[in-house]
Design a protein around this ligand. Structure first.
Ligand SMILES: Nc1ncnc2c1ncn2[C@@H]1O[C@H](COP(=O)(O)OP(=O)(O)OP(=O)(O)O)[C@@H](O)[C@H]1O
Length: 703
């Protein structure tokens, strides 16, 4: 839940690809009747390790492509013209020739994927995972170029943070997983990635206002005091990992997804998503991940799990305006259905059986080129949709291929639409406003689902949005979630950056044992410039308001992080063997009234969800967000009015000042102030009324 209601706190010839069209009723073509994908040949899995060299295969966009990878691809006839500096090692120019700010290091990419079919995982016996790659010769020194998408190491390792080169045998270590390791992989991991300043920002002399440390960062926000002197407010955040602008995509993969790959063979469903404002690097960050993960999955399949009947499937679709479109099938409209077992099925979604990385790359490029984009000030081809790419591991039960394979685990990559689009409500056309509303809704719902998961709630609000509905089975059972928050370093993006970090902070605060201090407005610089004007001392600083957003979240209780905790939706009252109160009044007594200061955030979600249907809850969440935004706006307006007042006072002190003019202007200012307060009061009263209608009492409200 958000804010006061619970703010706690992404073919080559010879390459293989076959796809099959999933039908709603789980009718998978039998007898291995995979549909042949145009231009793609089926390759037996066992041959997949001898993939054709990628030396002449330039992934993702033009050399010096200005980071519009996907878009570059699209513009270039959807062809792989020009090399992608980052992913095709053979074509990578020397580091020295590359620009540090990342503009020519970019490539564009867009992940998106996913499999939303029903996933029969329950019938598969749990497998013991042998030590992966016991034979180190398989992976160690021999770095098959056809698999090697590693990026060059940047020469300048200053402030390297987590950007150091990976040890060569990293995969060996990472894959040496067993069941214990599965349960040791965090349920939720929140990572922040800061991109470099781009050319546009450099041209405008915008400053880098983000300092990164190992797993924390500081945002230096420049603000104006009432006397118009500037000061800097510091906002500190701590996350599971903070990746600075020099960190490569290889290292991002290492920090986020690599450790999850082995456990999806253990019936885990994992979701990795990128969140952030437009142009912050979501697509850039997400695009390489599925390929890197596929490479590792295929390695496991062809070695550790050789001849065990595993297959890898890829699907890719987008959610645009609340509707589903297949990105691998000319944006064919898809429909979501729920079967009798409450499993989500996407009718008509095409899924491709793949056995080599090149094919997966082609599919990703194809899907990415089809994705809906638009233009924003920060990104010429901005994503207007959530793109979901899914890698599903399935296994033939009888080994003969005569029966459809059953799902074992899956890895979903979600490249979310820009987080600020939800705020796109005033200007632009109706279409854009609708997009914004849908995006806003889905981002809120996503956060709520993650929260509910981490709290082991009996009820998870999937129906809050199409995105969460579609991801339902990824959130159920034994799941893992990785959130990558992408931020821009520039002063011009400060507000959006803070919003992104606060969202991430709320998600992170759900994780076990995570109680870092957050967004502490620790100090104010330029104190010597502090004002001596009398009014200033009487005014609240903006920080007072920001503070309320993050520092008032209750700390999370420690929770059991065992595998069992995600097994299934348990009724809340069955949890911990304890009988929780069922009737509303006792729940209210217990949760709404402590200290006479009860807020929605204080209510355990398990009980709260029982009180309200998802839709109502969703509507409440949106209203709450609106209220907080309106409050924020009102504070900004107040600051502007105060500046005006200060000017008026200065003028009033000037000799020859006209009293009439002073009175008129003062009257206008006071009316404006009163109007603003009145509007906010009305909004607050409306929201309180809505809460009351939903039996959510705010003790201090006077209602
Ligand atoms: N870490 C980075 N290093 C170098 N360039 C980057 C980095 N992150 C992003 N860029 C570049 O910044 C630009 C915007 O990135 P990207 O398209 O990934 O943003 P986005 O968050 O997906 O935006 P939108 O929400 O509008 O789709 C691109 O040109 C991209 O190549």
């Amino acid at each position: 839940m958000n804010g006061m209601m619970g703010r706690q706190g992404g073919q080559r010839s010879g390459a293989a690809a076959a796809h099959h069209q999933r039908q709603y009723s789980e009718e998978i073509p039998s007898n291995g009747r995979w549909l042949q994908s145009a231009g793609l040949q089926h390759l037996h899995p066992s041959t997949a390790t001898s993939i054709p060299s990628l030396q002449d295969f330039n992934f993702y966009g033009g050399a010096g492509g200005g980071g519009q990878g996907l878009r570059t691809y699209r513009n270039a006839q959807r062809g792989f013209t020009g090399g992608n500096d980052f992913y095709a090692e053979p074509t990578t120019p020397p580091v020295s020739s590359r620009q540090k700010n990342g503009e020519d290091l970019q490539n564009d990419f867009s992940p998106g994927l996913l499999d939303l079919h029903s996933f029969d995982t329950e019938l598969l016996p749990e497998m013991a995972v042998p030590g992966l790659y016991e034979s180190s010769s398989l992976y160690h020194p021999v770095r098959d170029r056809s698999f090697d998408y590693s990026e060059p190491q940047l020469a300048n390792n200053k402030q390297i943070g987590r950007g150091n080169a990976l040890p060569e045998n990293n995969l060996l270590k990472s894959f040496a997983v067993d069941k214990e390791k599965t349960s040791s992989v965090a349920k939720i991991k929140v990572v922040v990635r800061k991109r470099p300043l781009n050319k546009k920002e450099l041209t405008k002399n915008e400053e880098d206002i983000i300092d990164t440390h190992s797993n924390s960062l500081t945002v230096h926000e420049t603000k104006l005091k009432v006397d118009l002197t500037a000061y800097v407010e510091k906002h500190e955040f701590v996350f599971d990992a903070v990746l600075n602008e020099e960190v490569s995509n290889d290292e991002v993969y290492h920090e986020t997804v690599e450790h999850i790959v082995p456990i999806i063979f253990q019936r885990v469903k994992a979701t990795c998503f990128a969140y952030g404002q437009t142009g912050s690097g979501k697509t850039y960050t997400m695009k390489p991940l599925p390929l890197k993960a596929s490479r590792d999955i295929l390695r496991l399949m062809h070695h550790t799990y050789r001849n065990q009947g595993f297959q890898l499937f890829v699907s890719f679709f987008e959610i645009y305006g609340g509707k589903l479109y297949d990105l691998l099938s000319d944006r064919k409209k898809l429909f979501m259905r729920e079967d009798g077992k409450q499993q989500v099925c996407i009718v008509g979604l095409q899924e491709y059986a793949v056995s080599d990385v090149e094919t997966i790359n082609e599919l990703i490029e194809k899907g990415s080129a089809t994705r809906s984009t638009g233009t924003t000030g920060a990104n010429e081809e901005s994503s207007r949709s959530h793109a979901i790419l899914q890698l599903a591991i399935k296994r033939s039960v009888d080994g003969s291929g005569s029966k459809p394979p059953r799902g074992v685990g899956k890895l979903s990559f979600i490249d979310l639409a820009g987080s600020e689009r939800g705020a796109d409500t005033t200007d632009n056309d109706k279409q854009t406003r609708m997009e914004g509303a849908e995006i806003n809704k889905s981002l809120l719902a996503l956060k709520e689902c993650i929260r509910a998961l981490d709290n082991d709630q009996g009820h998870i609000p999937f129906r809050g949005s199409k995105l969460t509905e579609v991801l339902r089975d990824s959130f159920m059972g034994n799941s893992r979630t990785v959130m990558i928050s992408c931020i821009s370093p520039s002063s011009g993006s400060c507000e959006h950056t803070l919003n992104t970090l606060r969202y991430a902070d709320r998600v992170k605060s759900l994780s076990k044992g995570n109680n870092p201090k957050k967004d502490i407005l620790s100090s104010t610089l330029n104190l010597k410039e502090s004002t001596t004007l009398p009014l200033s001392s009487a005014l609240p600083s903006a920080s007072t308001f920001d503070d309320d957003i993050t520092d008032t979240w209750p700390e999370q209780n420690e929770r059991d992080d065992s595998e069992d905790s995600y097994e299934q939706e348990k009724p809340a009252w069955k949890k911990n063997g304890k009988l929780e109160p069922h009737n509303l009044s006792s729940a209210e007594d217990k949760f709404w009234k402590p200290n006479g200061q009860t807020k929605l955030k204080d209510l355990p979600k398990s009980d709260f969800k029982k009180l309200h249907p998802d839709d109502d809850l969703n509507a409440l969440l949106l209203e709450e967000e609106d209220l907080v935004n309106a409050h924020r706006k009102q504070v900004e307006e107040t600051m502007n009015i105060v500046k005006e007042e200060m000017n008026l006072l200065v003028e009033a002190d000037q000799p020859g000042n006209q009293l009439d003019d002073y009175i008129t202007r003062l009257n206008a200012i006071l009316s404006q102030k009163a109007d603003g307060i009145l509007q906010l009061q009305n909004r607050l009263a409306q929201f309180q009324k809505r809460l009351k209608e939903h039996n959510v009492l705010v003790a201090s409200s006077g209602y």
